[in-house]
Design a protein around this ligand. Structure first.
Ligand SMILES: [Zn+2]
Length: 247
């Protein structure tokens, strides 16, 4: 991919930097895909706690070893370890122009930790939060309608993007698969967990006036454009105010 195509693709411009961005929203709302697009548009990293966890375990860092011991015995990795990994990641220089947090903070406790931590971090500007909103009924269709081809890995949707012959891949004729966690029951279980844990995180940032809700229904480009408009608007109210770097 050339920088030319990235520049044409996006209404973002070189002089605008988004700073730290938190992407929020229910499971299946398209956060991961939009995070990828924003990374390309602004040249900033995406910070995902899942990736950090894998990296620390692979590198056998102190935090990684503690996390692996807990996971091996079937326990959840506590906030303290996850927060430590995020803190470590945010000290790397590539986060200075901004970054996208995906899947963190997931709980109100993590959000409070991050609020307290950011001012301590080298040159850390304030965070802005974007919530992608898609109606529950639409999310259910997106998830329960999803079918994948085990041969070419193409993804279909029975409702919005069906193959020509029901249940058969257009490209190689392989019967499509329905993943067991793409059922209605699994969807409502994930939504209930999201409502309990993450809805308070949304209220946390909404109360700080650094929050916008963006309509997540439409083409990828349309949704990306709405997010960038919201980011510019948020940064007009929550400026980056980058302090001069002192050594
Ligand atoms: Zn296929």
């Amino acid at each position: 991919m050339t920088t030319d195509s990235a520049a044409q693709h996006t209404p973002a411009s070189a002089e605008f930097l988004p700073g730290p961005v938190l992407l929020l929203g229910a499971p299946g709302v398209g956060k991961g895909t939009q995070a990828q697009l924003l990374m390309a548009a602004f040249g900033i990293p995406q910070i995902s706690t899942g990736d950090l966890l894998r990296e620390h375990v692979e590198n056998r860092s102190q935090l990684g070893i503690r996390a692996k011991t807990l996971m091996d015995s079937g326990q959840l990795v506590p906030d303290e370890i996850v927060n430590g990994m995020v803190a470590d990641r945010l000290t790397r220089g590539d986060t200075l122009p901004g970054y996208i947090l995906d899947g963190f903070p997931r709980t109100e406790g993590q959000a409070e930790w991050l609020d307290a931590k950011l001012p301590d971090l080298h040159n850390a500007p304030p965070l802005v939060a974007i919530k992608l909103h898609v109606a529950t009924e639409e999310l259910l269709r997106r998830i329960t309608g999803r079918r994948t081809c085990p041969t070419c890995k193409r993804i279909y949707n029975m409702y919005t993007h069906p193959p020509a012959i029901t249940g058969i891949c257009d490209f190689d004729g392989t019967p499509l698969q329905h993943r067991s966690d793409d059922t209605e029951e699994a969807f409502y279980r994930r939504m209930a967990e999201y409502d309990t844990k993450t809805a308070p995180v949304i209220e946390h940032y909404r109360a700080q006036s650094c929050f916008r809700e963006v309509d997540g229904v439409g083409s990828l480009d349309q949704v990306e454009h709405r997010i960038i408009v919201a980011l510019r608007d948020l940064r007009a109210h929550v400026p980056l105010q980058l302090a001069p770097v002192s050594h």
